[in-house]
Design a binder for this molecule. Sequence first.
Ligand SMILES: O=C(O)CCC(=O)C(=O)O
Length: 302
Amino acid sequence: MKHPIESYENAMDLLSDPAQLKIKADADGYLFFKGLLPPASLLEVRRQILEILDRHGLLEKQAEILDGRMDLSKIAQCVPFEGCTLDVYKAVQRLESFQRLSHHPDLIRVYQALFGTEVLPHPRNIARVLFPGPQGRATPPHQDYIHIQGTQQTWTAWFPLGNCPVELGGLSVLKESHREGIFAVRGAEGAGGLETILCDKGNHWLKADFEVGDVLTFTSTTVHRGLPNQMGNLVRISCDFRYQPLQEPIEKQSLLPHGQVLTWEEIYKDWKRADLQYYWENKPLEISPWDESIRWQKERIC
Ligand SMILES: O=C(O)CCC(=O)C(=O)O
């Protein structure tokens, strides 16, 4: 039987009531905040990313830069990397505005309320600059824990840099999947390269049209997936940032730049301010080792 589309519930009103916020988070495995972040800050990062695409000759010539319309014939000649190209991704990782965004007080406020303790934003910030067409293939269903490890108390914040209707390929969460333990995986195309093996029991996916400023956050065991981009030549740009309670263990690769495409020195080279550089180094971190068997365990098979 087909389920009707169900959207995320807005948790904005719970931000001032941490006890209720935690109850909601435990029950649903996700929180959705309508209009949490100021659109102007996000649109500025969007503009800088689109300028990178423009410098690489990848945008449609006549279009407004902020629209994000790409030249499909140019994309066809690119060697794919993380949904875009290696050069584009390196330039995005260098953006001070992008890296600073994970420290935005409105995001930190959410996790302070949720954890009730000091928050550690992971420095391994991910930008998804998903080109239209096969290059920017939708992310397969997965649980972040198998990629992040450290602590299952890590939460991901996902938000688009611009309006993102369902047709542009937002993010969809599998309802109540956070209660089901760690699922088995198999290799798949798209970000992360692994997909959760889902048991066919009427899987019920939540989704929404995101407006710029809306933020979805979910636990590291909540199954989620990207939706396909069905909007012609429009690029889909979004952020994945991760947060955990400071006292919980963190796996050391979470302290490296995403994909290790650059070193921190290379990323910081042209920054105007140094206050957020290496911010984790003076914190009392408990580093946990990578455990390859976590990726391949079979706690949940159908
Ligand atoms: O934006 C996407 O398509 C994927 C984001 C995601 O699922 C992740 O990075 O864990």
